[in-house]
Design a binder for this molecule. Structure first.
Ligand code: NAP
Length: 277
């Protein structure tokens, strides 16, 4: 039972009520006057495969995937993009006309597009990039930085073995630094990226000393609730160029929206305002 005149897409996660993706995609559908809808789908892990296999039969053309299913969907997809395989997680599923499910990861694209839009002078190989954190988001960020031409990534994480594992996977451009020396990493880097959940509303604060931040650095935080984290506020006061995490969320949705609904949307101030609502 499909209805191609009215394509459906959604975001799969658990919990899902906090997701801003429906607001974002519906905003684009409305401003471009496109038919279709985009819904939030709360799905338990044990139902994931059944739900994903059923959605195309209900008129869904694809879906985004968020916590905690980004890794598990790789085992369900029929084909996986090189990027998603490298990152080890997918955030976008495309339900193809031939019945196959394709998994991709657009987080790295969103990360770079956000930097390029909001720090236009940013150069990938201007110097080392400091990556704080070694979770799923860090994997996408490291893959994107290497693809963009960053030659040295200083990776620091509370749980060092997780950082070591990423070094094994991504190679010698990644140098692991102990979490207790994160302040040195912050001072040395041309680009500083917080990929931990620290600083997010409801999570502990990022306690890394930030005295070494200085003009000429570009600092970005993947956390976007609040928009202005302590890291960004301190960096801004120190004269750094700062980029908040909301832009990454908006930009990672661009390729997905284009594949779902057939038009490449723009990320503008109106997009931000619509999502912040
Ligand atoms: P994850 O896989 O669970 O990784 C969490 C990371 O935070 C790990 O490095 C973890 O260190 C670190 N961490 C958590 N609590 C900590 C603490 N108390 N002290 C020190 N380190 C701590 O999560 P994720 O998927 O990578 O997401 C990370 C953040 O990025 C979240 O806030 C998420 O909302 C955000 N994000 C934003 C976007 C965007 O579009 N802006 C996209 C993706 C993710 P350990 O390894 O030691 O546990």
């Amino acid at each position: 039972m499909t209805n191609n005149a009215h394509p459906l897409a959604g975001v799969i996660g658990n919990p899902i009520s906090h997701s801003r993706s429906p607001r974002l995609h519906r905003h684009w559908l409305a401003i471009y006057g496109l038919p279709g809808d985009y819904v939030a789908l709360r799905v338990q892990e044990e139902d994931l495969s059944t739900v994903i296999r059923t959605l195309p039969k209900m008129g869904f053309v694809g879906a985004n995937v968020t916590i905690p299913h980004k890794v598990a969907v790789l085992a369900i997809a029929d084909t996986i993009s090189d990027r998603a395989a490298l990152i080890g997680a997918a955030n976008t599923l495309i339900f193809r006309g031939d019945g196959k499910i394709h998994a991709d990861n657009t987080d790295g694209y969103g990360f770079l597009a956000n930097l390029r839009q909001n720090a236009p002078g940013w150069i990938a190989d201007a110097g080392p990039a400091a990556v704080l954190g070694a979770g799923g988001a860090a994997r996408a960020v490291i893959a994107a930085l290497i693809e963009a031409g960053t030659t040295e990534i200083l990776l620091t994480n509370r749980t060092r073995p997780k950082a070591e594992a990423l070094r094994q996977e991504f190679g010698s451009k990644v140098r692991v630094i102990d979490w207790v020396q994160a302040d040195n990493v912050v001072e040395e880097a041309a680009t500083v990226i917080n990929t931990t959940s620290l600083g997010m509303t409801g999570a502990p604060e990022l306690r890394v000393p930030l005295d070494g931040l200085h003009p000429g650095q570009t600092v970005t935080d993947l956390v976007y609730v609040p928009l202005q984290t302590r890291l960004l506020a301190t960096a801004s006061a120190a004269g750094c160029t700062t980029v908040d995490g909301l832009g990454m969320l908006l930009h990672q949705a661009v390729p997905a929206f284009e594949r779902f609904f057939g038009l490449r949307p723009e990320v503008t101030e109106a997009t931000r305002a619509a999502v912040l609502g």
